[in-house]
Write a protein that binds this ligand. Structure first.
Ligand code: SOE
Length: 407
């Protein structure tokens, strides 16, 4: 362990030590979330960036230097053993989530775990069981579906919950990226089933499954799905570090073992029909999360590539068309902590809102949302999609009763 701040041990009780495991894209996004939670909001408990952990000490140290983490570890087990860490923040690939989260919860640490919760339903069940035992002892947990915390999405949920759209009839959800269209993009951990669990389906499909259930307050009851892998072999990144070469021993390419795209239809428990599309091959779409909800008395539409705007049609005057609502007023969710109306927010702000909500929940002993059980429900949908796609798009029910009985 290398300690960068000698004053680190003398901190007021109103702080929680954060131990972040992982330092790459999500590590950077979470780091700024913890920092801005402290700078722009006044959560009852302030986050102290105690330690960032990664097997690559140089890379983890660079994240520590850039974001102000007080120390660095190279083994996540050492993070969990530290008395100055009260929250473990898991920012590593999905194949590591269950082991780290269960160990951290059993060690009495609150846990924030990146999405998707796990790589399988079985792993998610194990995590829910550990989380609910820990919760009984006041140790809390959250899964990182941060798009719930985009103000326009939270506002959309409030509109649906108010009943202003009437009975929900249609839900249209897409998550469109194009970073894999080039077949020369090297094989990364996200393209290996043993590391990521699935491809576009679990990485970005999980987001829109959670968003639809969050905004509508409803649940998917079953799916009929297709998946596709358009590019089945890719160059190994930088000599294939951490990735096995293809069976033919060529050594310069590796097999893609996950989906590049998934499309599926569903019916919500309340009767609405829903369509989902998650793809990394939507050429020209960079991070377009699109949601449209049609109700008997109105509609709403959202696109993350214009993330501060929510288009709302209120049924009073259908000729009026959709109203463009700029969701930046102080009374809109989370905005009071930021800038005056019109000074728009970005992708990173959802991570700050996530940090603020978790810290507030911990201070009040309130179970955070989305919970690990919410993450398990998403995992069940992911598994149903893969089962349906493996059986000619056969209709596949999603168990109504979670495999972990609600206690
Ligand atoms: C890659 O698809 C990715 O980084 C996802 O893993 C994130 O969850 C999403 O927010 C942005 O795109």
């Amino acid at each position: 362990m290398t300690r960068t701040d000698p004053a680190a041990d003398r901190r007021p009780e109103s702080e929680l030590g954060i131990g972040m495991i992982g330092y790459a894209f999500m590590g950077r996004a979470h780091s700024q979330g913890w920092r801005n939670a402290r700078s722009f909001f006044s959560p009852p408990l302030l986050p102290r960036l105690a330690v960032v952990a990664g097997r690559d000490e140089a890379a983890a140290s660079e994240t520590a230097r850039r974001f102000g983490w007080e120390s660095v570890e190279t083994d996540w087990r050492d993070v969990i053993e530290r008395d100055d860490v009260q929250v473990v923040d898991i920012c590593t690939p999905g194949d590591t989530h269950v082991e780290i989260a269960v160990a951290a919860l059993r060690a009495g640490k609150h846990v924030l775990c990146e999405k998707p919760l796990a790589n399988t339903v079985a792993e998610a069940v194990e995590m829910v069981e550990a989380a609910e035992v820990a919760e009984a002892a006041g140790v809390l947990s959250m899964v990182g579906f941060t798009y719930r915390r985009v103000p326009a999405i939270a506002h959309a949920r409030d509109i649906v919950a108010s009943g202003r759209l009437g009975d929900i009839r249609h839900v249209r959800a897409q998550y469109l990226q194009d970073w894999l269209v080039d077949p020369n993009v090297p094989l990364s951990w996200r393209l290996r089933k043993d590391r990521a669990g699935s491809g576009a389906l679990g990485d970005i499909g999980a987001h829109i499954i959670d968003l639809v259930q969050f905004v509508t307050g409803d649940r998917l009851t079953g799916v009929s799905a297709l998946t596709e892998t358009f590019v089945r072999h890719r160059p190994l990144a930088t000599g294939g570090a951490g990735l096995s070469a293809t069976a033919n021993g060529a050594g310069d390419v590796g097999e893609v073992t996950v989906d590049d795209a998934a499309i599926f239809i569903s019916r919500l428990a309340g009767g609405a029909l829903a369509t989902f599309e998650a793809t990394r091959f939507a050429t020209g779409r960079k991070n377009s999360i699109r949601l449209e909800i049609n109700g008997s008395d109105g509609s709403l539409a959202f696109d993350f590539e214009d993330m501060n705007v929510l288009h709302v049609l209120r049924g009073e005057d259908p000729d009026a068309g959709f109203t463009r609502v700029l969701v930046t007023e102080p009374e809109h969710p989370y905005l009071a902590g930021w800038w005056p109306a019109g000074h728009v927010l970005g992708y990173e702000h959802g991570f700050t809102h996530q940090a603020v909500d978790l810290l507030t929940d911990i201070s009040q002993g309130r179970p955070p949302r989305p919970s690990f059980r919410d993450g398990l429900v998403v995992q069940q949908v992911l598994e149903a999609v893969e089962q349906s796609a493996a059986h000619g798009a056969a209709w596949t029910e999603i168990p109504h009763e979670a495999p972990v009985p609600v206690t």
